[in-house]
Design a protein around this ligand. Structure first.
Ligand code: PEP
Length: 254
């Protein structure tokens, strides 16, 4: 049985003070608990410590995630963040392979794979993103495209606890555009992702891995995605920036 997951990606939004405020508001909005839903917030790196302090002080029912990591443990890598640094501020999840990182910062599947291995060796759960651009969707080759990403991103990974690896399927044409995939579109690809994970890791492991949908998910449409067999939650961008919309999505998942 997979717990549902709602994860918020704040992207490059919220200064330290604003981030702390949002975390406090969210802790308040979710003060009755989140049932079986695992909730994660992923603020910008400089906000991590502040949000972590709010989680501790308010016993907030959500976990802390980062938006990126580097695969080396330390050294001359200006501007990067090592996994033990994330660990030290209480991050237990980390987004990798987001399409914005792939597009703007040229992150490759090989990088995503290295990041996943590094995170898992530090007991930080990767939220590993995949998804096709519009031209691939229009050519009708989206399933093959995403399956190929999954194979490359998971190469050589050892998954002993399937709750400790999360996939987010985010069709790029639906991110931040207001254009959502239909729930059937999401199921088609999420089902193919699970079948691919089963080929690689075995059915039992694949059945325990959460697969999230992301792309203009909001309170009004999240329930439709969650009805689908292979959609276990949502990775939320825009709608995670306000406590009322994000908490409404958590409640819709409960
Ligand atoms: C995202 O960037 O992960 C995302 C899903 O963004 P939005 O919800 O704003 O489309």
């Amino acid at each position: 049985m997979r717990n549902r997951m709602i994860a918020g990606n704040w992207k490059m939004n919220k200064t330290y003070t604003e981030g702390v405020q949002l975390a406090q508001d969210l802790a308040e909005a979710l003060s009755d608990g989140t049932g079986n839903v695992d909730v994660v917030v992923c603020p910008p790196t400089v906000d991590l410590k502040g949000v972590s302090t709010v989680i501790d002080q308010q016993s907030a029912p959500f976990a802390l995630g980062a938006q990126n990591v580097y695969w080396e443990e330390s050294g001359a890598y200006t501007g990067e963040t090592a996994p033990n640094m994330l660990e030290a501020v209480g991050a237990t999840y980390c987004i990798i392979g987001h399409s914005e990182r792939r597009d703007y910062f040229h992150e490759t599947d090989e990088d995503v794979n290295k990041k996943a291995k590094t995170l898992m060796s530090h007991n930080i759960v990767p939220i590993s993103c995949c998804g096709e651009p519009l031209e691939i969707r229009e050519a009708g080759t989206h399933v093959a495209y995403v399956v190929d990403q999954i194979k490359k991103d998971t190469e050589g990974l050892e998954i002993s606890d399937p709750a400790k690896y999360v996939v987010a399927y985010e069709p790029i044409w639906a991110i931040g555009t207001g254009k959502t995939a239909t729930a059937d579109d999401a199921q088609e690809v999420c089902g193919a992702i699970r079948a691919t994970l089963a080929e690689i890791f075995g059915q039992e492991t694949a059945d325990g891995i959460r697969i999230l949908y992301g792309g203009s998910a909001k309170p009004e449409n999240v329930a439709g995605f969650l009805e689908k067999e292979d959609v276990d939650g949502a990775l939320v961008g825009g709608a995670s920036l306000k406590a009322d919309s994000f908490s409404a999505m958590v409640k819709a998942a409960m």
